[in-house]
Design a protein around this ligand. Structure first.
Ligand code: APR
Ligand code: ZN
Length: 251
């Protein structure tokens, strides 16, 4: 039995009415069994994002793009992929913390929702939804998707796509995210490599306010680790509950 990790001791504890913004990336879902993108053997080491995650790729080879997202959607919906202790700790924080807690996720899985988080923005969309390229209608979608599928809005086929944000497209909810970042007291980044903007720039935006404390909780230092006031490294299922428990012990 390996020794349990020492508890995370926050260097600075926010006031208990503080507003908190949490950014999450693929690393928070890794221990639920979902792949990250840029780790060794990550998704982008097996398929090129130019072939499956751009509007041009969808126009050029829609069947290839559908196959990529169908495989990932089915994987996320399989019974062995469940929220882990890190997702659950964030849901507990949202339910018990006296101040505002907003989760901004880059992930397109629904594990935060399944863990109980409510105040949540999917800035890269969610592949449990489909969007029509012709009329913009957005519907819940849990099965495989193909060019044969017909939009319930404009009744045309060939336009249904995963409601996710591809490279070159504008992330969702940026106005609300920016407002929250410019007014929060604590910014926590979890399980993201800090390689993709605008999310990689959120720590700099949060730091524009003197009072905002910034914390990175990641398996290893991200590309932006030096921008954070405080960093703790380790698996999300260990360091996130430990950090959240230390915050909640204060209320
Ligand atoms: N616990 C905590 N962090 C982890 C764990 C873990 N168990 N496993 C991996 N990580 C960390 C890695 O160290 C890495 O820093 O998670 C990060 C994952 O980085 P990426 O694979 O780049 O994923 P992410 O940062 O979410 O990518 C951002 O890029 O391709 C686009 O749209 C895609 O939303 C994605 C965006
Ligand atoms: Zn339509």
């Amino acid at each position: 039995m390996n020794n349990p990790s020492p508890p995370v001791v926050p260097r600075i504890l926010p006031r208990k009415d503080s507003s908190i913004v949490v950014l999450t990336g693929a690393g928070i879902s890794k221990e639920s069994g979902l792949d990250t993108f840029r780790d060794a053997n990550g998704i982008w080491s097996r398929v090129s994002w130019e072939d499956v995650a751009t509007p041009e790729a969808f126009a050029r080879q829609p069947d290839r793009v559908h196959a990529f997202y169908n495989m990932r959607r089915a994987r996320t919906r399989s019974i062995d992929v469940q929220p882990n202790k890190a997702h659950l700790a964030l849901a507990l924080l949202e339910s018990l913390w006296p101040g505002q807690v907003l989760i901004v996720t880059q992930n397109v899985d629904s594990l935060h929702e399944k863990a109980g988080s409510v105040n949540l923005i999917h800035m890269h969309g969610n592949y449990d939804e489909a969007r029509c390229n012709f009329c913009g209608a957005v519907v819940e979608w849990i099965e495989d998707m193909s060019t044969e599928d017909i939009c319930s809005g404009c009744v045309r086929s060939g336009g249904m796509r995963p409601n996710v944000v591809w490279f070159g497209e504008t992330p969702m909810g940026l106005d609300e995210i920016t407002e929250a970042l410019l007014s929060c007291d604590l910014f926590i980044s979890i399980g993201t490599s800090g390689n993709v903007y605008p999310a990689a720039g959120f720590v700099a935006m949060a730091r524009r306010q003197e009072q905002t404390h910034t914390v990175e909780l990641n398996l290893e230092p991200s590309s932006g680790a030096m921008m954070f006031h405080e960093v703790h490294h380790g698996p999300a299922t260990v360091i996130v509950p430990s950090y959240i428990n230390a915050l909640l012990a204060k209320i």
